[in-house]
Structures are given as structure tokens and as C-alpha cells.
Design a protein around this ligand. Sequence first.
Ligand code: NAP
Length: 281
Amino acid sequence: MTTDIASVALPDGERIPKLGQGTWEMGERSAHRAAEIAALREGVALGMTLIDTAEMYGDGATERLVGEALQGLRDEVFLVSKVYPHNASRSGVARACEASLKRLGTDRLDLYLLHWRGGVPLAETVEGFEALVRAGKIRHWGVSNFDTDDMEELFATPGGDACATNQILYNVARRGAEFDLLPWSAAQRMPVMAYSPVDHARLPRRSPLDDIAHAHGVSVYRVAMAWVLRQSGVCAIPKAGRVEHVRDNRAALDLALSADDCAALDAYFKPPRSKRPLEML
Ligand code: NAP
């Protein structure tokens, strides 16, 4: 395995790894801490240098763990954090960002996302993000859990089309975004970031995933990851708190699903034929 992995382009042309690492639920149990840090560091060593976290996770404990895990590695990673909607006012994003930077032990975020849409007008959040860009505190900004109508509204907001990505729930069992949100994003040349790519470890127990995994001699998780990763304009951030799971996810980039594999998955996990509201976890 090499550390040289596939990438996707942000709208400004900067490339980010197609496969990164999530961190939700890390840093919450001291017994898991060493394994979680080892897992994140192994992922970085394998090229999974896109790291996603949020001020919400563990009430700040996750950002602290990420900061510890990235000691000596900060310049190798593309670091993403998220602001709570209730902190997304112009002054609120500045305060929340400063607190995240402190917990993460860094002087800038590579990407800062609005975690989901709340009551603060989008124009104000965009202004707050743009001020952070000018101050050198964040390099890009984006959103999360925005459905197509939210994205249209964002792009109609002054400065809103500078959005770098939309982080959404997307995996083989949750395909609603394929109907409209993925095509809309592709038309803007804006990648989506798939969260819960193995459905938070709740993929169905009996499905064609089992037969495909058996035929390739790999795990069901690797098949589900390969299914997400085969699509252009999509990057993914599986969370794995164990080194062996990180290695398995990394290996998904090298698993080529056949047309028959994909047809079997389509027959069971049916692609949407009409609009489905964007799901979120
Ligand atoms: P996920 O990545 O789909 O699943 C994580 C679970 O799957 C963990 O229990 C993990 O186990 C297990 N797992 C991962 N790879 C595995 C493998 N190869 N073999 C066996 N088990 C494996 O779910 P997620 O954590 O919900 O989503 C990923 C990341 O997306 C989050 O951590 C977070 O950063 C982000 N996220 C964002 C939002 C949002 O609203 N923007 C919402 C949800 C998630 P171990 O930990 O034991 O390895």
C-alpha cells in the first residue's frame, strides 16, 4: 500500500484525499484513547489525511484527542471542524473557531463547516466564515446536512457560492441524494463529503453485501466503502477507532466492484426514483 491516494478537487482546484477519517465518538472513553490515537495516526501514514471533527463531538473532548493525535503531523493533514448552528452568527463563528483551534492545538482549520442549518440567517454565517478566511483562521468553509433547496438558497446568498463542500449522510443504504443533490453538486463542480459511509456500523445483516464480500474475500465494510469511493465527486470519512479497521477502509480504495456487484447492490438498495428528503444522523 502506498500513501499516494486518489483525490477530489474542491471548487477552487485544491485537491483533498478521496478517503479521510471521521472522529465522532472518539475521545469519549479513556480506555479507548490510545487505540483511537493509534488509529488516526495509522490512517495519516496510509494517506487518509483528511480528518473530520466538530466542536459538538464529546463536548470538545474529540477535538482535544485529534489535536493530540496530530502532534507532529499537522502540516500533513487537511483538518476539518464544524460549528454548531447556534454558534453560527458572525461573532459566534469567530468565538467557536478560536475555541476549536485551541482544543486542536493549531492556528488554522483547512475547512470549517456549518454542522446543520439553524436559525441564524445564512448571509450572516457566510460573512462570519469569510471574515475567518481573511484572518487566516480557516482556509475554506462549507456546510453539512444541506438538502438541494438549502444549497440553492446558499448559492443565492451574497458570497454563498464560495462554499467548498456539503458534508452529507450518504452510503449504499441511504441513496436519496443521488436523485437531485449529487447531480446538483456535480453541476457546481463541488464535491460532497460522505459521512457515515458504512452507515454507522448499522448496515443490514443479510444483503448482497455479504455475497460480494465473500466472493472478493474481503469484509462487508470494505465493499460498502468501495461502493461509495467508486463515485466521482465524492469523498468519504469513515470513523474507525481500531488500526485494523483503518487498514480495511484504506484497502477499499483498491477494491474494484464489478458491474454485476453494482447491479446486485442496486437491486437490493434501490436508487431513488423520486425526491427523498436528505436524511441525517
Ligand atoms: P461510520 O464511519 O459509517 O461508521 C463507524 C463505525 O463503523 C464504528 O463503529 C467503526 O468501528 C465501524 N467501522 C468502520 N470501519 C470499519 C471496518 N472496516 N470494519 C469494521 N467496522 C468498521 O459512521 P460515523 O462515525 O457516523 O460517520 C463517519 C464520520 O462522519 C463521523 O465520525 C464524523 O466525523 C462524520 N459525521 C458527520 C455528521 C454530520 O452531521 N456532519 C454526522 C455523522 C457523522 P470502530 O470505531 O470500532 O473501528
